[in-house]
Design a binder for this molecule. Sequence first.
Ligand code: 5GP
Ligand code: MG
Length: 176
Amino acid sequence: MKTLLSQSRIEEGVACVATKIAAVYGESPVMIVGVLTGSLVFMADLIRRLEMPLRLGFLSASSYRGATSRGSLVVNSDLLPDVSGQHVLLVDDIFDTGHTLVRLAEMMRSNRADSLRSAVLLRKEGRQEVEYRPDFVAFDIPDEFVVGYGMDYRDMFRNLPYVAALDPEDIAEVGV
Ligand code: 5GP
Ligand code: MG
């Protein structure tokens, strides 16, 4: 496993994104909607750097069904409050193909959110399959499978305080 983003770089990146978010929303109230489970740590750090009045909501979306191969996207919105008339900021860990955020953005629009923007910690270079682009991106990274800072491999490594890229040997060791 190799460290891709150290704790201090992540801290700088999150602070930078928070400044950009604050510049866009000013004092307007925002509904921050975290995409569980990977965005948990990013969201916790990000909201503590935001000073506008805000509410939190959660959705869960998973397409990586426990491993690095893709499954179909499963969305659960049981923990999502009413977003109608709200300025919604979707927060996710990684913008990869982009299909997850496109689907969630459509969902927010059909639930009559007043405005919709998105913030991601990471965007993988050269992977996007959609026109949609997140409004706020902390880091662009190469196309590698990453863990840590909330992100998992088979539900492990979420507690690492940094972001690391998994080698194929690491993946083999954990046991696919
Ligand atoms: P997309 O729909 O953009 O292809 O997928 C985005 C989702 O896939 C992210 O929210 C994240 O949950 C998952 N994902 C994509 N790449 C990685 C990765 O390298 N590591 C982990 N742990 N999850 C990833
Ligand atoms: Mg995700």
